[in-house]
Design a protein around this ligand. Structure first.
Ligand code: ZN
Length: 216
């Protein structure tokens, strides 16, 4: 299945400029490892950025952004990961450091009926974080809004919400004015790599009461 949902251009531009905190940069780099279309868009952004910089003679062109990008992508070596590959060896390179044993070795924390999470890393600002979200097939994530920027990349399975169906390689790029209720498609667990920079805001009173226990 081809990738249908891509990051916002603004997010890609921040990634290209090296200004995304690393939980977000990791999600974007992992998406790009899975998406030829995403890499092409990024190449266009880089060339436009390069042309703009080249027109400013007083400013030395920053080679940093492109170098950081190539580091994140592992040079030319990253291929789009075939849909049927699993496990640590076949996870996209940018996320392998966080998941040395693959998805099978993750220590999941129960977060609600059919829902589990696992923290992977915190951002430099101490607020943003990189985590995994697992939703059992057919189960739903409680309806919520976002206190900040939420980037979600589907590593396995698929979910559906009012924006459509998100499958492996797709990315959902939501900011604070979005509310949604993802439901995993029937079948295998939906596992997502998520970067968030604030607590989710749940609509239901029960979820709000339980939220401090779950740490989400
Ligand atoms: Zn959300």
């Amino acid at each position: 299945m081809s990738i249908q949902h891509h990051p916002d251009i603004a997010t890609l531009m921040s990634f290209s400029a090296g200004t995304l905190d690393h939980p977000y940069a990791t999600v974007i780099a992992t998406h790009l490892a899975m998406s030829e279309g995403g890499r092409e868009t990024l190449r266009q952004i880089e060339s436009i950025g390069g042309a703009l910089l080249a027109e400013e003679p007083a400013t030395a062109m920053s080679s940093g952004a492109l170098n950081r990008l190539m580091d994140a992508l592992g040079g030319e070596k990253i291929e789009v990961i075939p849909h049927d590959q699993r496990g640590g060896g076949s996870l996209p390179l940018p996320v392998q450091d966080y998941l040395p044993g693959g998805l099978e070795a993750v220590r999941w924390k129960w977060t609600g009926p059919g829902v589990a999470t696992a923290d992977l890393a915190w951002g430099d600002d101490g607020k943003s974080r990189l985590m995994l979200l697992r939703v059992a097939g057919g189960r739903r994530v409680p309806e919520h809004g976002h206190g900040g920027h939420e980037l979600t990349l589907i590593l396995q399975g698929a979910y559906r919400d009012r924006f459509g169906v998100f499958a492996r390689g797709d990315i959902a790029d939501h900011d604070e004015d979005v509310e949604h209720q993802p439901i995993a498609e029937p079948g295998e667990d939906c596992i997502c790599l998520v970067a968030v920079d604030a607590k989710l805001t749940f609509r239901g009173r029960l979820m709000r009461a339980l939220q401090p226990l779950f740490g989400i």
